[in-house]
Design a protein around this ligand. Structure first.
Ligand code: SF4
Length: 342
């Protein structure tokens, strides 16, 4: 069982201490006996302990920086939401395929932002622009926010904030089961709580440092019982020997565990495994022993964002994936909605 994340080292930007949350976190980490260092900017967090890149990378992933979010322009977040809402960046998990490895580059440590009221004000502006249309905010574009929230409770305040809005919806996804503190949040049904799930093979070989499937399912049951709209992202769908059986069993276990009520408002998002060439280089550096198959010749090349091509599965493979997963989902969760396959 993966324990709730505890950082080995904490950096606090001095200006962050103007915000009550930073002071609260400082006191909390002091009480926990964690080493705290002050820094003037997160760019200064360069001299992380470690003799080589490999160790530095691992140490960074257990380092937490308490800072201020300066850029308040939100990125778009298609296809799951209109905007990405930035509460944190980085993640303590070690999923081999994780896109953060390329997007976070040389700064893989975890940052949490304490100026949440300013972030909410910005969200309010975006909601006003689109009203009376609903605006969806995705809170897990740059981190696994649930994985650190037992420490910060930022997500909890966001859930309660969006519970009070008329035109805002919050959504996020996690691979962590540490959800207990979120169960009594006053969500008013305006937050969709999603879990990223995968079959045993993928979790075992490619998702070290995250909660295992039974733990995620158990957490999803708690979340459903707390009345949250629930969703599952099956990602990355990865072809390996026995994948059809693996994904079938995963969905059966889920169907057995979930209360009937949750199955009536359930969403699924299906994302096939893909990689770019820069990502492949980073994965091979950070996880040199990985069994992850990254052979361009077996894949189909597709234009990606910023002109960087990505390698996806071939068309017949994609069809087979879609048919298999949609077949199981249709049978086991007839009232659910598949939002997209990509
Ligand atoms: Fe990346 Fe999510 Fe895994 Fe964290 S849990 S390493 S964000 S894929």
């Amino acid at each position: 069982m993966v324990k709730p994340f505890v950082p080995q080292l904490v950096y606090i930007e001095p200006r962050a201490l103007d915000y009550p949350l930073a002071r609260k976190l400082r006191d909390k980490f002091e009480d926990m006996g964690i080493e705290i260092r002050e820094t003037t900017s997160h760019n200064q967090v360069r001299n992380l302990p470690g003799d080589n890149d490999f160790q530095k990378y691992r140490n960074a992933k257990s380092t937490l920086v308490v800072g201020i979010r300066k850029t308040l322009k939100f990125d778009t977040s298609k296809p799951s939401a209109e905007y990405a809402i930035p509460f944190a960046t980085g993640c303590m998990g070690h999923c081999h395929y994780c896109y953060l490895q390329t997007t976070m580059g040389s700064k893989p440590y975890i940052r949490t932002y304490v100026n949440t009221d300013e972030i909410f004000e910005q969200a309010e502006k975006y909601m006003k622009e689109r009203a009376p249309e609903i605006t969806r905010f995705e809170a897990s574009c740059t981190s696994d926010i649930v994985g650190i929230d037992h420490l910060t409770h930022t997500l909890k305040s966001a859930i309660e904030y969006f519970g009070k809005t008329d035109h805002g919806r919050l959504r996020f996804v996690t691979k962590f089961a540490h959800v207990d503190h979120l169960l009594d949040a006053d969500h008013k049904g305006r937050t969709r709580f999603r879990f990223s799930i995968n079959d045993d093979y993928v979790i075992k070989y490619f998702e070290p440092g995250t909660s295992r499937l039974p733990e995620r399912i158990e957490a999803a049951v708690k979340v459903a019982e707390a009345g949250y709209p629930l969703g599952f992202i099956i990602a990355p769908i990865y072809l390996h020997e026995g994948w059809k059986k693996g994904y079938g069993e995963m969905l059966e276990r889920l169907a057995e565990a979930l209360p009937q009520k949750a199955k009536q408002d359930l969403t699924f998002e299906l994302i096939q495994h893909r990689f770019t060439q820069p990502a492949k280089r980073v994965i091979q550096k950070n996880y040199p022993m990985s069994k992850l198959e990254l052979d361009e010749s077996k894949r189909k090349w597709k234009w990606g964002r910023y002109g960087i091509g990505k390698y996806v599965y071939t068309d017949p493979e994609q069809e087979e994936m879609k048919d298999t997963l949609k077949g199981h989902i249709g049978k086991l969760f007839p009232d659910s909605k598949i939002e997209y396959f990509t």
